[in-house]
Design a protein around this ligand. Structure first.
Ligand SMILES: N[C@@H](CCC(=O)N[C@@H](CCS)C(=O)NCC(=O)O)C(=O)O
Ligand SMILES: [Fe+2]
Length: 244
């Protein structure tokens, strides 16, 4: 976590309840990876560098990939009470495994888990319960998307994931990806629906583009990618609702 820096923070008005949530966006420059801290307690807004150490909460991962060494195991030992969460389909180890439709509650808020495979089979997108923001991992990047040429990636699957699970969110829903290579920090569903050069193509054209990206393999072993969620107001931590 040492290389992480605070790239930005934002208060989002939680639709309907009037209660804002604090979002901090942390950037690891070598692998261009974002980690997000979600804090439902407005009074903690002054926290900065020590923020992660001060929080007892959980770490939820959007996916597991060869170019990311997840720090969740180390963080568990450094932060008592911290638990790691990842999708069951990722095949990765974690304290808790989640599936499509599972809801992770923290404070007054919750993150809905939406399966969004294609970049990897286990990729998920986390959507805040008022649908004001979505953490898309490597499924949808700003004006791009995750590559599908290794670790069981599938371009057709990714196309359907983005169109059916992300582009169906409200147009003003903020998009927070796991990486950005061009200095961009946030987008919206409407922007990506209309301006994303890959995802505005037909499925057939998209598959052709993805099959010919010819990207070099990721060079950088990165910090973990994912979302931190802080403990609830009462210190009761966070919990998962499994809807099965
Ligand atoms: N040359 C870059 C490659 C980074 C890369 O491959 N990123 C992945 C996401 C992390 S698994 C990706 O899907 N990129 C899509 C794209 O269009 O860039 C580097 O080594 O940093
Ligand atoms: Fe990835």
């Amino acid at each position: 976590m040492a290389a992480l820096r605070v790239a930005g923070r934002q208060l989002s008005q939680h639709r309907g309840s009037g209660a804002p949530i604090l979002l901090r966006q942390l950037f690891e420059p070598k692998s261009c990876t974002y980690t997000y801290l979600l804090d439902p307690v407005l009074e903690t807004a002054h926290r900065d560098a020590q923020l992660v150490k001060e929080e007892a909460g959980g770490r939820v991962n959007t996916h597991c990939h060869a170019d990311h060494i997840t720090g969740s195991g180390l963080l568990r030992s450094l932060l008592p009470g911290c638990q790691s969460v990842i999708s069951r389909l990722s095949g990765a180890q974690a304290d808790l495994h989640i599936e499509d439709g599972d809801s992770i509650r923290f404070g007054r808020f919750a993150l809905e888990t939406r399966a969004s495979p294609g970049h990897t089979p286990g990729c998920v997108t986390f959507v805040l319960n008022d649908q004001s923001m979505a953490f898309t991992g490597d499924a949808l990047l700003i004006r791009g998307c995750g590559r599908t040429d290794f670790q069981q990636g599938c371009a057709k699957t990714l196309y359907h994931s983005v169109h059916e699970r992300i582009f169906t969110l409200p147009g003003d829903c903020l998009i927070y990806p796991a990486h950005d290579y061009n200095g961009l920090t946030v987008s919206t569903v409407e922007e990506e629906r209309t301006l994303n050069p890959r995802l505005t193509l037909s499925c057939e054209e998209f598959v052709k583009v993805m099959d010919n990206l010819k990207l070099p393999k990721p060079q950088q072993i990165g910090e973990p990618l994912g979302v931190w969620i802080s403990g609830s107001e009462g210190g009761g931590g966070w919990e998962l609702d499994f809807w099965v």
